[in-house]
Design a protein around this ligand. Structure first.
Ligand SMILES: NC(=O)c1ccc[n+]([C@@H]2O[C@H](COP(=O)([O-])OP(=O)(O)OC[C@H]3O[C@@H](n4cnc5c(N)ncnc54)[C@H](OP(=O)(O)O)[C@@H]3O)[C@@H](O)[C@H]2O)c1
Length: 362
């Protein structure tokens, strides 16, 4: 029987893409800190897109603290990685085959493509909380990997939480936890752009030194080697703290809370300290519902993502904002990259280079 032209084209194009589909699956729901043994590596053949879908060759994979939460065994209505499902993760990739009118071969796109070398997508998004679906990246705004960091969720989180929730005023003092991480590094600088005095908390002297020298922090404290964190903050902020940018929750948040001025503003962005915790009931910790506790979620601002990205890119061009990528080479190292993130191993946005960028794309 004669084949349709479209079928012949798919077969020819498929010969040009890598023939092995590499993936990390969730091998077990961990209780406690994430371990490399929680994942299993598999290889099979690259899938072909059915009508309406397209095939993405993954180039960059995001490594985030939240990925630990997605590994929990939670009720069906909560976003979670199914057992022996491909591990979730935002990723940047190149469309290499398309049977979808909205996406063309060569498009550079970002979505929750997962810990794998190739993904099939339909453009509608693969994330319970991703109302904007697959997003086409404009490579003229910056290196495409930054769509996972400063020009992606991390940068947008910093942008909207600082400007819409904290609203820093000139001369105010802000404390930022996880200050050398993806979100923290950008949040501190945005507060600084708006005239605040910025104090960063992080886990090593080297990171403290770098955020002050290279990223505009006025002061930094190594919270791991400081016996009384509240006293250390009071020493460098004798007039008290006006804003707290909370990335970690737990004991660090408790120490900062003792330094806050009356009427201080706090934005609760993340609680990394809790992500691998086991509750008293022997269950994995997870976020409470928002009607019982108020916290920031970047997706609330998804309609303004494009303007936020344009502003962040403009600040980078004007040299008002700097970013750092912490690049781990090879998909095979994704589990180690996540485990090490919880050891404080990253400075800036941790990404895995899964494959080289296409020619001509930075
Ligand atoms: N609400 C939202 O919409 C939204 C969006 C994006 C991210 N987030 C959250 O924001 C937080 C920061 O995200 P990110 O992408 O910028 O990650 P990140 O700060 O780059 O995460 C890694 C850093 O977390 C710190 N850390 C790891 N384990 C810790 C622990 N047990 N206690 C305290 N600190 C620990 C370490 O920094 P140190 O070396 O400084 O300890 C590590 O370098 C996360 O909690 C994330 O889930 C929220």
């Amino acid at each position: 029987m004669t084949k349709a032209i479209s079928e012949i084209m798919v077969t020819e194009a498929d010969l040009k893409v890598a023939d092995v589909h590499r993936r990390w699956l969730l091998a077990r729901h961990p209780l406690g800190p994430v371990k490399v043994e929680d994942f299993v590596y598999v290889e099979d053949t690259v899938p072909l897109p059915p009508p309406g879908k397209f095939l993405v060759r993954v180039l960059w994979l995001s490594i985030d603290p939240k990925q630990r939460l997605l590994m929990n065994n939670m009720p069906r209505n909560v976003e979670q990685v199914p057992l022996f499902g491909t591990m979730f993760g935002m990723a940047v990739g190149e469309v290499v085959l398309s049977k979808n009118d909205a996406f063309e071969v060569g498009d550079i796109v970002v979505d929750l493509f997962g810990w794998q070398s190739h993904a099939i997508a339909d453009g509608r998004g693969h994330y319970v909380n991703n109302p904007y679906g697959t997003r086409r990246i404009d490579p003229s705004l910056g290196p495409i990997s930054t769509a996972l960091g400063v020009l992606g969720t991390g940068g947008l989180t910093a942008y909207f939480s600082v400007l819409r929730e904290l609203k820093p005023q000139a001369g105010e003092t802000i404390v930022v936890s996880s200050a050398a991480g993806n979100v923290g590094l950008i949040a501190g600088q945005i507060a600084k752009i708006h005239g605040a005095r910025v104090i960063g908390l992080t886990s090593t002297d080297a990171k403290c030194h770098t955020i002050v020298r290279d990223f505009g922090y006025d002061d930094a404290i190594n919270y791991r080697t400081t016996n009384d964190l509240s006293a250390a903050i009071r020493r460098i902020a004798p007039k008290g703290v006006d804003m707290y940018y909370d990335n970690v929750g737990g004991s660090i948040a408790a120490a900062v809370s003792r330094t806050l001025n009356s009427g201080a503003r706090v934005t609760l962005v993340g609680v990394t300290e809790h992500y691998g915790e086991v509750t008293g009931a022997g269950k994995a910790w997870t976020w409470p519902q928002r009607d019982t506790m108020s916290y920031f979620i970047v997706h609330d601002y998804h309609r303004e993502f494009d303007s936020g990205i344009r502003q962040l890119a403009a600040w980078i061009k004007e040299e008002k904002l700097r970013y750092r990528e912490d690049i781990v080479e090879g998909l095979e190292n994704a589990p180690t990259a996540l485990v090490d993130l919880f050891g404080g191993g990253n400075l800036g946005k941790r990404v895995v280079r899964v494959a080289a960028n296409p020619p001509g794309i930075a």
